[in-house]
Design a protein around this ligand. Structure first.
Ligand code: AMP
Length: 484
């Protein structure tokens, strides 16, 4: 690994020597000044050097690599109808479908005034339209690893002319068990290429990946690895496990949150919470690997449109989501893996905006809290939260899968009438009781026992496969119809 780029002073997009067609697109996006990662990465990528970028999500890293890629490929842009004139020259690999989709949307908008073609391929959707697009030829291909290998196998993607490779959110790709797929893909690429690796954290595994596949990379950091964004206010609320649902409702109401991602550690927990929130008058839906790709996309779109107040998500499903101006995230559970905390709170306070990261902490999560504080190298502000929302205990709390999914589907397709906000929430007069020291209630005990029914995420998955399978087949044995 080599030197670290020095911090540039005030830079403007004009100073990079980018083509007028790219500058026009940047202006149309409303970007006026480069973000720190862009200021550092763009000149290095333009210079042709490999990059190891430590940039957390929300820093603007996508434009940091996409803009110079477009610039470097511009001399090869052409309007020929022949597919042979449009080989894949830049390959961008991402861990999740959602991130692939977002990166592709960015690339598309940055390249819209050029003749360069881009496409995105990910699993869980029909391969045929993707195949047709690939056959016509694209210069910039954004892909999740499994589906890309499916296309390679079907000979709809040829990687023999790739000059630039981006491994986006590389740490997550490794966490999700993609290493074998990545190695297979890397072996298909010309060895003469430029490789850019972006990762929120630099674990020993990432360093090994970089030392194997990158050549004399320039390290670029905009924030210390494993640090959290300074524009995010972090508050930890101590509540009894059984009061957590009420606490989420209360935080949403008191803070008038119109759009919030609520993180749960398990798929079952996410589904259950979304259901409970709905009952308490919060428009909510869950996204996790058990939902189909189109259900997840629908839920995400509805959330982006502001039709859903609370998107209840697991770490894997929420990875890489870019929701403009998301005011807050709530951690219903503290994550088992402290790095996930950094990723979760990176959903808010993006690109300089401020945001709140609110975490619910029950006494049985002390270890997780200590791990997080160790990772971010500072203590978190822990406050007591008096929960005034009545906690409901339903005998059918778990519900049937079909029931849950039907409800969520109706919600995301808009076919279900939206409950009036706060219909079930009553602001109770503040009672002295709420300021008394906490005593665990029988309900809290039963709730924490119930929680154990949910599959516990290990700190590091013993086998990568089950975690990978959360996304509906990532990393599973290859078949031409695999769903990643
Ligand atoms: P990213 O970290 O690449 O996912 O980007 C996070 C968000 O910042 C996206 O919504 C981008 O559109 C936005 N963004 C990227 N670069 C800039 C910039 N220079 N100025 C303002 N917003 C930006």
């Amino acid at each position: 690994m080599s030197d670290t780029a020095t911090t540039p002073s005030t830079v403007t997009f004009d100073q990079f020597g980018l083509h007028a067609d790219i500058l026009k697109a940047i202006a149309e996006q409303g970007y006026t000044t480069p973000t720190p990662i862009q200021a550092k990465a763009i000149p290095v990528v333009l210079g042709g050097r490999d990059v190891m970028g430590a940039a957390q999500t929300g820093t603007g890293k996508t434009a940091g690599f996409s803009l110079p890629i477009i610039q470097r490929l511009l001399p090869l842009a052409n309007t020929s109808a022949s597919p042979a004139r449009h080989p894949v020259r830049a390959l961008i690999l991402t861990p999740t479908r959602e991130l692939a989709d977002q990166v592709a949307a960015n690339v598309q908008s940055y390249a819209k005034h050029t003749a360069l073609r881009s496409a995105v391929v990910f699993g869980g959707v029909d391969m045929n339209p993707q195949s047709a697009e690939l056959r016509r030829g694209v210069e910039i291909l954004i892909a999740t690893p499994g589906r890309l290998l499916d296309h390679v196998q079907q000979k709809t993607a040829n990687l023999g002319q790739v000059q630039m490779l981006v491994l986006d959110e590389a740490d997550r790709m490794l966490d999700m068990g993609f290493l074998p797929d990545l190695q297979r893909i890397l072996n298909l690429l010309p060895s003469e290429r430029q490789t850019l690796l972006f990762s929120a954290t630099f674990s020993p595994e990432i360093k090994k990946l970089a030392s194997t596949y990158l050549r004399d990379p320039q390290t670029i950091e905009v924030a210390r690895s494993n640090s959290t964004a300074t524009n995010v206010t972090q508050i930890v609320y101590e509540v009894a496990e059984g009061d957590k649902t009420g606490a989420v409702v209360q935080l949403i109401r008191e803070r008038s949150l119109k759009q919030v991602i609520v993180f749960c550690n398990s798929k079952i927990g996410a589904s259950r919470l979304a259901r409970q929130l709905e009952r308490d008058g919060v428009v909510a839906t869950a996204i996790h690997g058990d939902r189909t790709q189109s259900e997840r996309m629908q839920a995400l779109d509805a959330f982006k449109r502001g039709e859903i107040e609370a998107l209840v998500a697991t770490d894997v499903a929420a990875r890489g989501l870019d929701i403009a101006e998301l005011p807050a995230v709530i951690n219903f559970d503290l994550p088992f893996n402290a790095e996930d905390y950094v990723h979760r709170i990176g959903r808010t306070g993006r690109a300089g905006a401020s945001g709140d990261a609110l975490s619910l902490f029950s006494p049985n999560e002390r270890k997780q809290l200590a791990d997080i504080e160790k990772l971010i190298k500072r203590p978190l502000d822990v406050q007591r939260l008096a929960v005034d929302t009545p906690v409901r205990h339903h005998h059918d709390e778990r519900g049937s899968r079909r029931d849950r999914d039907d409800r969520s589907r109706r919600r995301t397709t808009g076919a279900h009438e939206r409950p009036s906000h706060g219909a079930h929430h009553r602001q109770q007069p503040v009672d002295d009781f709420f300021f008394k020291p906490y005593e665990p209630s029988p309900s809290a005990v039963s709730a924490s026992a119930k929680r154990e029914e949910a599959p516990a995420a290990p700190q590091k998955p013993a086998s990568k496969q089950p975690l990978a399978a959360l996304l509906g087949g990532f990393g599973m044995p290859r078949k031409t119809t695999s769903s990643n």
